[in-house]
Design a protein around this ligand. Sequence first.
Ligand SMILES: *Cc1c(COP(=O)(O)O)cnc(C)c1O
Length: 451
Amino acid sequence: MTDPRRRLPAVEALLAEPDVAALLAAHPRSLVLRAVRETIDVARANGGTAPPEGWGRAVLAKVRRLAAPSFGPVINAAGVVLHTNLGRAPLARPAIEAMARIAGAYSNLEYDLARGARGSRHGLCRGLLTELTGAEDALVVNNAASALLLALSGLARDGDAVVSRGELVEIGGAFRIPDIMARSGAKLVEVGTTNRTHPKDYEGAIGPATRLLLKVHRSNFRVTGFTSEVPARDIAAMARGAGIASLFDLGSGLLLDLSAWGLAGEPSVGEALASGVDAVVFSGDKLLGGPQAGILLGTKPAIDACRTDPLARAVRSDKFTLAALEATLALYRDPEIARREIPVLRMLTEDVTQIRRRAEALHKGVGKGSDVIEGESEVGGGSFPGKTLKTWLVQLTSDHLTSEVLAARLRATDPPVIVRIADDHVVLDPRTIFPDQIEQVARAVRAALDA
Ligand SMILES: *Cc1c(COP(=O)(O)O)cnc(C)c1O
């Protein structure tokens, strides 16, 4: 028997088919060509069988899919407030407006308007950061991982950096503290054990080559039982005594006290600075609720060493980030405004009766096949590890669809709705569904359940 794959049309032949040739009138040739090639590839992978809907329709469907943007908004019904896979922090309105304002225009990104001469992007956000935190100096870079890389390079290059074995954490997405340290040019010196590290462990490791003591916040896990770690305050004092630098990787940039909302235990930026370390590093898009950024705060000499390090140019932040970060930070001048206007803070501190109201509205919109149940939301994003927040969920039940199929159908809607599966049921958490999305979600759920 002949190999059925031999019967696959050639690219040129398929392009000449009337249905496909007609597509060329309405779509760019490169797009149609790619669609034709990929349609043939799919047929080949299926053992050489022609698409059941016919070649013309298959190519048209492919063209439509390829023409649509591959990157777009989704609805987070999973109840993880800082969901790294879903882009972490949604921005506050003023931050979005600030990005839009500079996007289509020239800007004073690196231009000193007073002098009419070249300026520095590092000056942007610096004043606001020092005003809000009391730090002597500040620097914004691409993300916290690069801020850590830069700080290690600026403060400990070609020397030893001492860190506790209990703090050699992996953040996710292949980001491991020891790997970053190796690339920074600092030599990692591990002290203590996984569960316990004492001041004498650091003291014993300090030698002529030591340039830095590093403290890393265990942001995404908790150790319990027979444990002990050295607080940042003691690490800062030991470093000062030895005439070397100290650095605190804080992970999340918590600027407000959220303990009144049941969120305690995460060190704030203020506490980290008050410990007396030379520099603190944290993310812009975790608890701070701004754009992806890495923020360095600290003493003038420490931040200067980072700013003048050659790596600073490689990890600099872009103009959209700086615009969005400045607008986000400005909201923090009034903590109550920050809590209300910054979506991450609003979602984390929202009254549970409000969430219940949205759950009831969603339940009402979906009707049959849905129930309102008690449940828990997660902070996510390596913040407040192990901490959950009381919430009200809408639980779906179907007599003909598995939870996986139902979740997949919701992901296939426009915009996609991302849900959680718990106890073999699809659940939706209104904490992370914006109020103006409830109706849309209800419609998508009804369609998915009915189809
Ligand atoms: C999240 C995190 C980082 C990395 O932050 P990015 O902004 O994602 O680069 C570094 N250190 C700690 C402790 C973290 O929690």
